[in-house]
Write a protein that binds this ligand. Structure first.
Ligand SMILES: [Ca+2]
Length: 276
């Protein structure tokens, strides 16, 4: 499936679509390390969620390091992902802080220093950790082969849909996104104007126990998205958007992304920050 043979670090706020991306990447790539940040849920909750998913893949032994910074007071969990980020399907308790004092930022920097051109970073969360890692060790992050970010929108016309549903990762931390967009890092942006068109149906999950679990998880999420995406909430027309998994395919070299060169600013004109 993949043309990329190196190692991968994943930075995630492990919600439902992150879970599917981790499940795919954990099976087909060499995942070296994982860090979490707040976004769909808290960073400690995201760590518990990511561990739960990765334990069912070939990446079962991989260290998951949460950030310890709390979300801003303006943050609240979305109704789409629920308080635990996974729609309440698994009832997982948040992870505990790591005893060795390691941080999400140091995990990213260490990965970049070790992997260099043999490494790719998948960022499927607000860019809080990635921007902090860049500030701490810009040359290390620049040495990576590629950083694939699920955020932004290409130069398609803005829409009411984007204003309402759009670029969650940018919306949660626009200054971190702007910082990475303005950097010389080797970033490939996978925009929501592309990922929104990749919709999975029930048969995409297969009939393994893990596949069935992911289908249950995805079905609730998909149903909650049905009104804004325009598919059926139930029955054979049921679908679920695969945002983060599209970023995985780009990271693995299986497809091209929205834009790489043209974007640089966060558009705040409607009150909904969007990278363009
Ligand atoms: Ca995410």
């Amino acid at each position: 499936m993949t043309s990329f043979n190196g190692v991968v670090h994943i930075d995630t706020d492990c919600g439902v679509d992150d879970a599917l991306a981790l499940a795919v990447l954990g099976q087909v790539a060499k995942v070296a390390s994982v860090s979490t940040t707040w976004g769909n849920c808290s960073a400690l909750q995201a760590a518990a969620n990511a561990r739960y998913i990765l334990q069912r893949t070939k990446a079962a032994q991989i260290e998951v390091t949460p950030a310890y910074d709390d979300p801003p007071t303006s943050w609240a969990p979305s109704h789409v992902h629920g308080p635990d980020g996974m729609g309440g399907v698994f009832h997982l308790s948040p992870a505990e802080r790591s005893r060795n004092g390691d941080t999400a930022v140091s995990a990213i920097v260490r990965f970049a220093e070790r992997a260099g051109k043999g490494g790719r970073l998948l960022a499927i969360a607000p860019l809080t950790n990635v921007a902090a890692a860049y500030r701490a060790a810009p040359e290390a992050l620049h040495s990576l082969d590629r950083i694939v970010v699920m955020a932004s929108q290409g130069l398609t016309p803005r829409s009411a849909w984007l204003d309402e549903t759009g670029d969650t990762n940018t919306r949660h931390n626009p200054s971190a996104t702007a910082e990475i967009a303005a950097s010389p890092l080797p970033v490939t942006w996978v925009g929501i104007d592309v990922t929104r068109h990749v919709l999975l149906s029930a048969d995409a999950f297969g009939e393994s126990e893990f596949g069935k679990t992911l289908r249950v998880l995805s079905k609730r999420y998909g149903a909650s998205r049905a009104p804004s995406y325009g598919y059926a909430a139930d029955g054979p027309g049921w679908r679920v958007p695969a945002h983060d998994t599209v970023a995985v395919t780009v990271l693995l070299g299986e497809g091209d992304a929205t834009t790489a060169e043209a974007l640089a600013v966060v558009d705040r004109s409607s009150g909904t920050p969007v990278l363009r």
